[in-house]
Write a protein that binds this ligand. Structure first.
Ligand code: PGA
Length: 230
């Protein structure tokens, strides 16, 4: 099955930047991977009819109503999102999201048949205390062990945007822990300082189903290389 490679633009880019990115990426991309673009929401609908798969970066835990500033799953769907990140550590940190909120978001997306990409990962203190797997299992408590069709992205917080990546064995340990939590087969991605120098190694030496790429995805050539190497 084709691996998934997600570009998480975070709060970067502009209409012009993204249009150029899409053109340049199209010229460079030689991979047969499933490419997913998690764009800032205002730009999603501009690329609704393009060859790309689109993802939202977050969603409301409510379906509609007096929730100024929020976006519902239905709105994301209207704009072309087939996937949506939830539980990204930056949303957990800056928007004070809890596991309970994230479970509600998960359910909102399910109602619109948007594929959830649940991001989990430990902070440095937990890693240093060798408690990573306990921490990941706690973050996964929101899902039933019979959950199907879920994509989990393992993103150690201390690896995001820092240039640091875990040892290969530690990625595989986390991936095994995540897979082992479910009765059915699920997809597990790795994210955190992925670039074209480490993508091949991470991909070849673990059994991940793909990569979630932040900073390095903003350069279309670099992202095309990562997709090729994954
Ligand atoms: P990074 O971000 O690749 O810049 O570390 C990954 C992410 O936050 O999804």
């Amino acid at each position: 099955m084709s691996k998934l490679v997600i570009a998480n633009f975070k709060m970067n880019g502009s209409k012009e930047f993204i249009a150029n990115w899409v053109k340049d990426f199209h010229e460079e991309n030689e991979s047969n991977k499933t490419i997913i673009l998690a764009l800032p929401s205002p730009y999603l609908s501009n690329f609704k009819d393009s060859y790309l798969n689109l993802a939202g970066q977050n969603v409301s835990n409510q379906s509609s109503g007096a929730f100024t500033s929020q976006l519902s799953a239905q709105m994301l769907k209207d704009c072309g999102a087939e996937y949506c990140l939830i539980g990204h550590s930056e949303a957990r940190q800056y928007l004070m999201e809890t596991n309970e909120n994230i479970k509600q978001k998960f359910d909102q997306l399910a109602q619109e048949s948007i594929q959830q990409v649940l991001c989990i990962g430990e902070p440095l203190v937990i890693k240093e205390a060798s408690k990573t797997t306990d921490y990941l299992l706690e973050q996964l408590e929101l899902l039933s062990s019979d959950q199907e069709n879920i994509i989990v992205a393992y993103e150690p917080i201390w690896a995001i945007g820092t240039g640091l990546t875990p040892e290969i064995e530690d990625i595989q340990l986390a991936v095994d822990c995540i897979r082992g939590r479910f009765n059915k087969s699920i997809k597990v991605l790795y994210g955190g300082s992925v670039n074209s120098s480490n993508a091949a190694n991470i991909s070849a030496k673990t059994d991940i189903d793909g990569l979630l790429v932040g900073g390095a995805s903003l350069n279309p050539k670099e992202f095309a290389k990562i997709a090729q190497l994954c």
